[in-house]
Design a protein around this ligand. Structure first.
Ligand code: HEM
Length: 321
């Protein structure tokens, strides 16, 4: 089998650059996840996710990141395949060299991390892009159009359901219909129609009030189902309903099996990073006798901080802390 020829050093360099980018992403992702541990009803984490989901620079970064993850997998697979093709006949005597063991370890831990990422994406990222159902939230302010506010106000003042408010307005208008000029009538009908369109949103807010689905800071409505999200997308397209990653994460880690699966993935990640960190510096030629010691210490600190930082979230949430 012939693969396109790129010098093996170039491939290694690309793997290292891409790996370096991923090391930075992990540090960022782990730090942000620690917000989940705050007992602030998701105020910080939701604000962070909202920023991540709406800022266009972040959106570009996300595309780059996913490209880089895919590139990292493809490049490493390519390195493995081309190395094997360069040595088609296996040695008769199996050599258990350190490099051989490390690269085997990298391959298996890499496969485990990939399996974890498939599960992880199904639980979170696919919810964001609408491929999987989840729990959602919306900013209250974004729902309060003039029509919705009018209905809510009448509804609260007169103790009526939102649909009844619009029916009452319609009845009143019918009483004056014969006194109105055709253009006034048309305007009135248009106003009533926009009030009718706002009823599902007003009913949704009333239900959220009744069932206390407001966040502590009254900024968000949470526990929105997939069907309600679809309704909001249709009736209030500009409201920007988004996944409730704070609630979803905390909910996920009440499940012991999920905590276990995440912890297994973090052990694989620990082993993968133990080799990956110094390897990035070595391939980029940034190691020498003076810096080797520092890089080794930095690598150990980085790997422990990342692993413990990630592990803290499922463990502490599961323990109810
Ligand atoms: C306690 C552990 C973790 C939690 C609670 C967590 C949570 C999340 C959440 C909520 C998202 C969606 C964020 C968004 O798209 O705005 C996400 C995305 C992502 N996670 Fe994690 N994550 C964890 C660990 C990891 C680990 C260990 C890796 C890598 C090995 C990872 C890789 C990713 C990637 C690549 C994305 C998609 C890119 C992005 O949207 O930021 N996550 N994670």
């Amino acid at each position: 089998m012939e693969l396109p020829k790129i010098h093996s050093i170039t491939k290694k360099l690309l793997v290292a650059l891409v790996g370096g980018f991923l090391l930075l992403f992990l540090l960022f992702h782990m730090t942000a996840n620690l917000f989940i541990l705050r007992h602030d009803d998701g105020a910080w984490y939701s604000a962070f996710c909202h920023f991540m989901g709406t800022n266009w620079v972040v959106k570009i970064f996300e595309v780059v990141l996913l490209g880089v993850v895919a590139l990292h997998i493809l490049l490493t697979l390519w390195l493995v395949v081309t190395n094997r093709l360069a040595r088609p006949t296996r040695y008769h005597q199996r050599q258990r060299s350190k490099t051989h063991t490390t690269s085997k370890l990298m391959m298996w831990t890499g496969i485990l991390i990939f399996a974890f990422l498939v599960m992880h994406f199904c639980q979170f990222w696919f919810v964001k892009v609408g491929l999987v159902k989840g729990d959602y939230m919306v900013e209250v302010e974004k729902l309060q159009t003039e029509e919705v506010s009018t209905i809510m106000q009448y509804s609260a003042q007169n103790g009526m359901e939102p649909a009844d408010v619009v029916a009452a307005v319609e009845n009143q208008m019918a009483m004056y219909a014969d006194q109105l000029a055709p253009e006034q009538m048309a305007e009135m009908e248009a106003n009533i129609q926009s009030l009718k369109d706002a009823v599902p949103v007003a009913e949704f807010i009333s239900k959220a009030l009744r069932e206390d689905h407001f966040s502590q800071d009254r900024k968000w409505i949470r526990h929105i189902s997939y069907d309600e999200r679809q309704m909001l997308k249709e009736k209030a397209p500009k409201c920007g309903v988004e996944p409730d990653f704070y609630y979803m994460s905390r909910n996920l880690f009440h499940n012991g099996l999920m905590v276990l699966l995440y912890l297994i993935a973090f052990v694989a990640l620990f082993m993968h990073l133990t080799h990956a960190f110094p390897s990035v510096f070595q391939t980029l030629g940034l190691n020498n006798y003076t810096y080797n010691g520092i890089i080794e210490i930095l690598g150990k600190i980085y790997t422990w901080v990342i692993t413990l930082g990630f592990a803290a979230v499922p463990i502490l949430v599961f323990l109810g802390l």
